[in-house]
Design a protein around this ligand. Structure first.
Ligand code: DLL
Length: 434
């Protein structure tokens, strides 16, 4: 089916669910027959694929977690022989062994199609020129967006991350119309463009497709104002496919439509594993229903969100997930209060003098957790009298306490103090772990 044909995305729920069920059954039969991990996990739960007769029955199947992928490193979860695998990607592995994922030729075709559909949802057409600043390499962002843009028939500039000044010249001269990259790197691009005396107002961008890390609504407003484009949130993860698992539509820019003809989404209570109804916030769990090389069943993403089934003004019937507020493993517990970096971002970005560059430093002093929020402020403000700086620090600390219930020490720092992101931003330095 053509990517310009919206049939799959606007299908009545009943028809969509019947496709999901039949694809789910086929996937379960395949993983049971080809991946020893799933055979064993079904055996332990005392079920076989034939016990899954409805979408609701999915709940009977045990979860898959990141550790399972590590235990089967590198290729143990693949459901096809290596001769059928045409591409391998991997997570960075900063917190342990990298997670390795594989794709057959058909998987690459499916992924390209989903990324093309994502770009269309975000407002791109075959006439666009896509400046792709996601990193190319083992990270799925660069090549994922690249193949989708080509599939759409757009012209791709495979610029990747880094070499920022050169990127600005390319933006000025090649006149791209769609910008793709992580929000934190795009922010850095905007900063460097300003230093070079180039205004985004004079560039040709109409939309930006930003994701791969959490970013707040306030960051969206800031990016839209600075870059003079519509900023669209795109979500995905290597284990499920890469970018293009879900995306906001340009019409609503509210919630990310999940490509439900390829993935089944659930929300669970991360503590009990119990499935939660639509609207409730919890951990996102995905089952892939069309992948060949690396099918994955009930994968716990650790991402926190809620699902919204309400009809959307764009006409798509696929459920929307709220903007991801953070990951269960990124959540900071400061003296018993749970807080995500993106919530702190929302609070500090309400202040006009603050630059959207910040880092959270967590320590343990005398057995008590302490949180220091390092935030950049404009050069003018920084050169001002010390009293003004102290007042601002007090104000931000009291806002954080009021909105989030957590005590934090604010440290205002000069512009350029906090390291700029070339890909995903490092928001938290947790000295308790070292
Ligand atoms: O980040 C895939 C991707 C590339 C998505 C480009 C969007 C654009 P991983 O490196 O495996 O894959 O990291 C996946 O990043 O579980 C989330 O925690 C986080 N993440 C991805 N997109 C978003 C988003 C790519 N839009 C992990 N908002 C996921 C918040 C996001 N977090």
């Amino acid at each position: 089916m053509s990517i310009f044909n919206m049939d799959f995305e606007t299908m009545p729920r009943e028809a969509l669910e019947s496709i999901q069920l039949s694809r789910l059954k086929t996937t379960l039969e395949r993983v049971y027959a080809t991946v020893p991990f799933y055979k064993e996990s079904f055996r332990k739960a005392n079920i076989t694929p034939s016990d899954i007769k409805s979408l609701k029955d999915l709940e009977k199947i045990p979860f898959t977690v990141k550790q399972d992928l590590r235990d089967n490193y590198p290729y143990g979860m693949f459901a096809v022989p290596m001769e059928n695998v045409v591409r391998i990607h991997a997570s960075s592995g900063t917190t342990g062994l990298p997670t390795v994922v594989g794709y057959t030729r058909r998987d690459i075709e499916t992924w390209s199609e989903l990324m093309a559909r994502s770009l269309v949802a975000g407002g791109a057409t075959s006439n666009d020129i896509v400046h792709n600043a996601y990193g190319y390499g083992l990270f799925t962002g660069g090549l994922g967006v690249h193949y989708g843009a080509e599939k759409l028939g757009a012209s791709v500039i495979p610029v990747s991350g880094g070499n920022t000044k050169r990127q600005i010249i390319i933006m000025r001269d090649f006149k791209p119309t769609v910008l793709t990259g992580t929000p934190s790197y795009i922010l850095h691009l905007a900063e460097v463009a300003e230093e070079m005396g180039i205004s985004f107002e004079d560039l040709n961008f109409k939309c930006g497709i930003f994701g791969a890390e959490p970013w707040s609504e306030d960051m969206r407003t800031d990016l839209q104002n600075k870059l003079h484009l519509k900023a669209i949130d795109i979500y995905g993860l290597s284990e499920i496919m890469g970018p293009g698992v879900s995306i906001e539509c340009r019409e609503a820019q509210k919630g990310l439509h999940i490509f439900e003809d390829h993935f089944i989404a659930e929300i669970i209570n991360p503590e009990t594993g119990e499935t939660l109804p639509y609207g409730e916030t919890g951990e996102l769990v995905f089952t892939s229903i069309t992948k060949e090389a690396f099918p994955i069943i009930r994968y716990r993403t650790r991402d926190i969100t809620a699902l919204n089934p309400e009809p959307c003004i764009c006409g798509r019937t696929h459920v929307r997930m709220n903007k991801v507020s953070g990951r269960t493993d990124d959540m900071l517990i400061i003296r018993g209060v749970n807080v995500f970096p993106s919530q702190i971002e929302s609070v500090i970005m309400k202040s006009e003098d603050i630059q959207p560059h910040y880092q959270l430093v967590v320590d343990r002093v005398d057995n008590l957790d302490t949180l220091t929020v390092m935030v950049e402020i404009g050069q003018d403000f920084f050169s001002d009298e010390i009293k003004k700086l102290q007042n601002m620090e007090k104000k931000l600390a009291s806002d954080i306490k009021e909105y989030l219930g957590v005590s934090a020490k604010i440290k205002l720092v000069e512009p350029k103090t906090i390291e700029r992101s070339q890909g995903k931003a490092v928001r938290v330095i947790d000295n308790r772990k070292s």
